[in-house]
Design a protein. Sequence first.
Length: 485
Amino acid sequence: MAEKITSRSVDYSQWYLDIVLNAKLADYSPVKGCMVIRPRGYAIWERLRDELDRRFKATGHVNAYFPMLIPMSFLKKEAEHVEGFAPELAVVTHGGGEELDEPLVLRPTSETIIWDKYRDWIQSWRDLPLLINQWANVVRWEKRTRLFLRTAEFLWQEGHTAHETSKEAEEETLRMLEVYRSFAEEFLALPVVAGVKSDSEKFAGAVRTYTIEAMMQDRKALQAGTSHFLGQNFAKAFDVKFQSREGKLEHVWASSWGVSTRLVGALIMTHSDDKGLVLPPTLAPEEVVIVPIFKGDSKPAVLAYGERLATALKSLGLRVVFDSDESNSPGWKFAEWEMRGTPVRIELGPRDMEAGKVVLVRRDTGEKEIVAVEAAPARVRELLGLIQANLLERARAFRVENTKSIGTRDEMLAFFSKEGAGTADATGGFAEALWCGSAECEAGLKAETKATLRCMPMDRQEGISGTCALCGAPAKHRAIFSRSY
Ligand SMILES: [Zn+2]
């Protein structure tokens, strides 16, 4: 048998770790809180990264790379920024065997070092917009860590753009939020709610933070990406001015936006099951695995039958593995490929071969079907499309089922009353409620239930009337509250 995976209903956290470790996605590091990304985990990240990079370039962005060491004084230039990141900073005090004149920070994010350069690069409105993205690692000294979801060092991309006007910077912020939303849904099969963060939850140094929020199978929220409208905060802190079309000297307007390797954690938690990883076909290192079944004399013919099919599948551009390894039984291999999350498995043995057929098995539903071998490649391609769509719809239906409209404080407390260990026992989910806009009101709920304001959904702000579900004051927004990762 393949490695045992703890059931979600027994221990959701352990289930998650079992999948990460047994599917060989990541491993622990000698430094607490850091993560080794193993080849299979990295292959998923590469597919995700390449698609996102393509979408950034299609919207006019270019890549660059800035150093990971940032002078401590840079972070102090933007007051809110340094306050927000100070507790998580890793600081280098020595280099070349000597104490440094000024400590250097391992970047927690790169606004400061990038805006220091933008001061030199931007002189006139002709230099704008400046649309730069960086793929990099960042370090945030987190106390409680979990592979992929929260690690001291992680991989991400950070876009940093500069614009002539507030309107253009805000448009860019929203354009990138939409790039994230469509990428999450179309490519990751991850349904998300797009919305605005409250002031207490926004990025340190931003005027406004937009987010995409997903619901995991234990009904907790996971922030899957953020896009920030920075106003002129960093331009003022780093004295970045440009000559406007009217000939005036003005501060530049800015946005920044990022997603990270935590998306891999989101994928696992959204789609996987008690047999292991479930991957959307778009992200699977291999879309199809062929497992031949043979005994004695039938071996050469069955292998040739399987290899011909593998060639036909590859000729359609599909990513195929032909698993003819004889050291493990077919049953062991079935379980192993299920654990690894391969979307479609093809089984073929002597009797299938005689009948000119093969067996196709879907990873998402476990459904089996027998098809003629000539029809198999086209059917596999069709199944991959169906699996991609089903994963998105299944996750969306789960979120809808676990989103409740809440009218009063008592209802809210009841909704978050019990933090069950497993999915079957847990309460909570997304509580949609009217909110007054007060930070104290929001903090009160967090103290009592650990639920935070995830976002104010952008498509749900029309016709707000009534009172705050938490304090009874006049409502200003409709918000989603949830416990989160
Ligand atoms: Zn209130």
